[in-house]
Design a protein around this ligand. Structure first.
Ligand SMILES: Cc1ncc(COP(=O)(O)O)c(C=O)c1O
Length: 364
């Protein structure tokens, strides 16, 4: 039985008429940039996250750069960031003039912790980027208790929940990506920045529009980084379904657990009390390559993520040289994503587990 690694279009099938109507509405409005759809989506997404402010931006990478700038990060500052993440989490830092300082992760949750962040703090640390990796929820309050502002990189965690609230509402500021394959995906690039702090939100609004309040005076060097009307209209159709999709993603993770997949590979552990809307379901095995081969032979999608973590990427070499991150290296070497989507069936979960059981486990 073939199983895709993720499915973007099938969950959207019942929404096709609504999506078409949304596109037509934008076409008819002749307002394509920063109009009523973006304003409405910003309000709806802020309400969803449980904060007062959301600002639409062009993508999840610029969201991080703009949010860091809004926090006042610039040349001479350091920003702590995990290395086991999509490269963009770290790439967004030098764009502000600051230096990324890499920290390790908890191997079971794949997220940073207060202990891993603490080791990377220096007097120059201006902010910490905590990535809610694969949909899990990083312990933001514990990290902020270290006395630094935390930017949540929630690109992969739309729809997740934790006892303290949703990603997007836990730190000083948070960023999202609406890349099509994300839990909440546009039909192109898109992103958002959320924050409880009205002043920070205003700084973000100015920065996303060339550093200007009024389009007449340009007060600081900013960005042209806007979510467009078409993407906002498409996201507005999907947002009311996000909770249902998130619940199905969580249930698919539970189904993997209950099918005994954890007897043959290490499963991701939800952070304390969290209900992750698994963006990717990433297991670990010393036989990850053999498992990948066996799954592919059965037409089952799989992919290793971040085999070369950010601190060892050529473009970031000057920031990563000489750094030792043992949990990052182990996760990079042994991880494998297996199929995950809101449409994953019990039969498909069983097919993945059957193949995983057929792969010999290496002796310790
Ligand atoms: C953790 C993380 N941060 C940042 C990004 C960047 O988002 P975008 O591709 O929208 O620029 C992504 C996704 O692509 C991501 O997964």
């Amino acid at each position: 039985m073939g199983v895709p690694l993720f499915e973007t279009s099938r969950p959207l099938e019942p929404l096709r008429d609504e999506l078409r109507a949304a596109v037509t509405r934008v076409l008819d409005s002749e307002q394509y940039i920063l109009g009523p759809e973006v304003s409405a989506f910003e309000q709806e997404f802020a309400d969803y996250c449980g904060v007062a402010n959301a600002v639409g931006v062009a993508n999840g990478t610029e969201a991080i750069t703009v949010a860091l700038r809004a926090l006042g990060v610039g040349p001479g500052d350091e920003v702590v960031v995990p290395s086991f993440t999509f490269y963009a989490s770290a790439e967004a830092i030098p764009a502000t003039g600051a230096r990324p300082v890499f920290c390790d992760i908890d191997p079971d949750t794949y997220c940073v912790t207060a202990a891993t962040v603490k080791k990377a703090l220096t007097p120059k640390t201006k902010a910490v980027i905590a990535v809610h990796l694969f949909g899990n929820v990083a312990p933001i309050a514990e990290i902020e208790a270290l006395g630094v502002p935390v930017l949540e990189d929630a690109a992969q965690a739309a729809g997740s929940t934790s006892p303290a609230g949703r990603p997007g509402s836990l730190g000083t500021i948070a960023t999202f990506s609406f890349f099509p394959s994300k839990n909440l995906g546009a039909f192109g690039d898109g992103g958002a920045i959320t924050t409880r702090d009205a002043e920070l939100a205003e700084r973000v609004r100015v920065l996303r529009f060339h550093g200007s309040h009024d389009k007449v005076t340009y007060e600081e060097i900013g960005y042209n980084s806007r979510l467009d009307e078409l993407q906002a209209a498409i996201l507005r159709v999907q947002l009311p379904r996000l909770n249902e999709w998130a619940a199905r993603r969580y249930a698919a993770g539970k189904a993997y657990e209950e099918s005994g997949l954890g007897e043959v590979v290490a499963l991701p552990r939800p952070a304390d009390g969290a209900t992750p809307a698994w963006h990717l379901y990433v297991v670990r095995s010393e036989s990850a390559d053999e498992l990948a081969e066996a799954l592919s032979a059965e037409g089952i999608g799989n992919r290793a993520y971040y085999r070369v973590p950010a601190h060892r990427q050529p473009a970031l070499r000057e920031f990563g040289d000489g750094i030792e991150l043992p949990a990052t290296e182990a996760a990079a070497r042994t991880n494998l994503a297996v199929p995950m989507s809101p449409a994953l069936s019990a039969e498909q979960v069983r097919a993945v587990c059957d193949v995983a059981r057929s792969v010999p486990i290496p002796l310790p």
